[in-house]
Design a protein. Structure first.
Length: 566
């Protein structure tokens, strides 16, 4: 996903969007360095200011180029082992799998959700699918996540519990690899990329979400894909800006003033198009993807404004809006909307899906020009929206969003208490649990790291802190607006990658720059190393609670550090 430095240990000490001494940090009227004859303008000099370029990937030693891919791959291997081993356990539908796995089976049969007979779960677990009825079922979540679950069932058979959860485990493992690459790109450090990947690989909340077929793991994945695409677009856009300005440079090394009023057009940016597709798929999994669409869209506009300001564009805000923003909107929002609409293809092709024929039964004079299928889909969405905003039923594992920061009420997906001689229990009483409980050190440290990055961004305008906070805000802040709604802690998987990036960035600050004195680097490395070792050790301690292993009941109680975890 980009370059690595020749020094793979370069840390994530916050640096602004350009070197601290650069004149462009001042008002644009004082920073027309491109017009200053003292500064001979070249494409490479502007790239240094825009991207902090030190070495291209091709100039990096082969050994470090290998580790650029090998370190994320190793983190993904660790994550894959923790996700795929005993993936078929428990051998039953877990929590809301009762909805999504059966919906996925319906998709394989008819392309839309159908109702199931009462007590169909027991039959379904045994491979008996006779409970599937011919009538359509009313559901309130879009199709993408259920189609992805159906893919694993298509590969391994609908009667395979491994197949039920294959797609979630695959996506969870790929997310580890992707996050490690993203961290490498943001912090220009192979080591910090590996740290981010490892922490994500061993965290229990991510492991549980990857081992159960709920929808939120797919929301997280597609949002992370979009985030990565926009990071690539950020660099691509700045390279284009440097290249176009360099072509306008006069023999004297200056850019004519007329070209510095608003700056050049940068053309179609394909990574933004890819981000639009990913955000459409994210929204097509759960409507909470819309918050990522809004947050990432604003983030991209801010990056464009910053790039034009650094390049010495006089009207950098207007230039970014007119010459970047409009095309960016077209590249992302309509593309996301069309992608979202395409995810309903199974519903469109059906004749009996829920509300498929609503428009025919409810003709409209004012909106009669709209195709009946779209009118029917719109009505379906209105009823689903009303369901979501009115969802206030009580639940024993309901968790207010404020409590997510400290894991106040993790969700119990599965709980069995076998007695001695049952299910391999060797104690008087045992427990087999699947609990969406994160690694305490990672989660509590991550919440503190996010709060710290708010100060970092406010004080230094570090773009990396801002990007991390944008992803966190998109996955977390909207849920604060619905304090009465029934929500659960496992929704927090949507923002967990950005929490991991926050921890990684803070660890990079502790580690210090590669140019720091050796004693400073040693102290930082000792602290970071202790944190990582403790995090891995805690994950080993809690892993039985994430994978339904049969353990003594007293041993399970030792893991319940807070009464609200029970």
């Amino acid at each position: 996903m980009g370059r690595v430095h020749t020094n793979a240990a370069e840390s994530a000490v916050p640096t602004p969007d350009l070197p601290a001494a650069a004149p462009a940090l001042r008002a644009p009227a004082e920073s027309h360095w491109l017009m200053d004859p003292v500064h001979a303008f070249t494409r490479s000099s502007l790239l240094l200011r825009l991207l902090g370029v030190r070495a291209s990937f091709g100039q990096t030693p082969a050994s470090l180029r290998l580790w650029f891919w090998l370190a994320p791959a190793l983190a993904a291997v660790i994550g894959g082992i923790l996700r795929f081993v005993r993936l078929g356990q428990p051998n039953s539908l877990v929590f809301d799998e009762t909805y999504y796995i059966k919906d996925a089976y319906s998709y394989l049969q008819s392309g839309y959700e159908r109702n199931w007979a009462e007590k169909a779960n027991d039959l379904f677990t045994k491979g008996d699918f006779s409970g599937l009825q011919s009538t359509p079922e009313y559901v309130v979540h879009p199709p993408v996540g259920k189609w992805m679950i159906a893919f694993g069932m298509w590969l391994f058979g609908p009667d395979s519990t491994f197949g039920w959860r294959f797609s979630a485990a695959l996506v969870g493992t790929l997310s580890v690899f992707l996050l490690a690459l993203i961290a490498q790109k943001m912090f220009r450090s192979t080591i910090l990329g590996a740290v981010a990947g490892l922490l994500f690989a061993v965290d229990g909340h991510a492991i549980v979400q990857s081992r159960t077929s709920l929808l939120d793991i797919f929301v997280m994945f597609w949002a992370l894909v979009a985030f990565g695409a926009l990071l690539l677009d950020r660099d691509d856009g700045r390279r284009r800006l440097a290249a176009r300005l360099s072509r306008l440079t006069s023999p004297g090394g200056r850019v004519p003033a007329k070209h510095l009023l608003f700056g050049p057009w940068l053309g179609m940016r394909w990574w933004r198009l890819a981000a639009g597709v990913a955000l459409g798929l994210c929204t097509g999994t759960k409507w909470s993807g819309l918050f990522f669409l809004a947050a990432f869209g604003l983030m991209g506009v801010m990056w464009d404004m910053s790039a034009r300001r650094i390049a010495g564009i006089r009207y950098w805000i207007t230039g970014a809006i007119l010459k970047d923003g409009i095309l960016a909107f077209v590249s992302v929002v309509p593309v996301a909307a069309l992608t979202y609409l395409a995810t309903w293809t199974g519903w469109f092709l059906s004749t009996n899906a829920y509300d498929r024929n609503w428009a025919a039964a409810n003709p409209s004079q004012g909106w009669g020009w709209v195709p009946a299928s779209l009118r029917s889909l719109w009505h379906y969405h209105l009823t689903a929206y009303n369901f979501h905003i009115g969802l206030e039923s009580d639940h024993p594992y309901k968790a207010n969003a404020w409590s997510w920061l400290v894991m106040g009420r993790p969700t119990s997906f599965y709980a069995q208490y076998p007695l001695k001689g049952e299910s391999g229990c060797t104690a008087d009483k045992c427990a087999a649990m699947v609990t969406s409980l994160g690694n305490p050190l990672i989660w509590w440290g991550g919440s503190l790291a996010l709060l710290f990055l708010i100060g970092v961004w406010a004080a230094r305008r570090d773009w990396r802190a801002g990007a991390i906070l944008a992803g966190f805000a998109a996955g977390y802040v909207p849920w604060l607006l619905y304090p009465e709604r029934t929500i659960f802690f496992f929704y927090a998987i949507a923002y967990e990658p950005y929490m991991i990036l926050a921890v990684t960035m803070v660890l990079g600050m502790v580690l210090g720059r590669a140019s720091a004195p050796p004693w400073r680097r040693q102290q930082g490395a000792l602290f970071a190393g202790i944190f990582i070792v403790l995090a891995v050790g805690l994950s080993a301690y809690f892993y039985p609670l994430w994978s339904a292993e049969v353990i003594p009941f007293d041993y399970w109680r030792q893991h319940m550090w807070m009464p609200s975890w029970i």
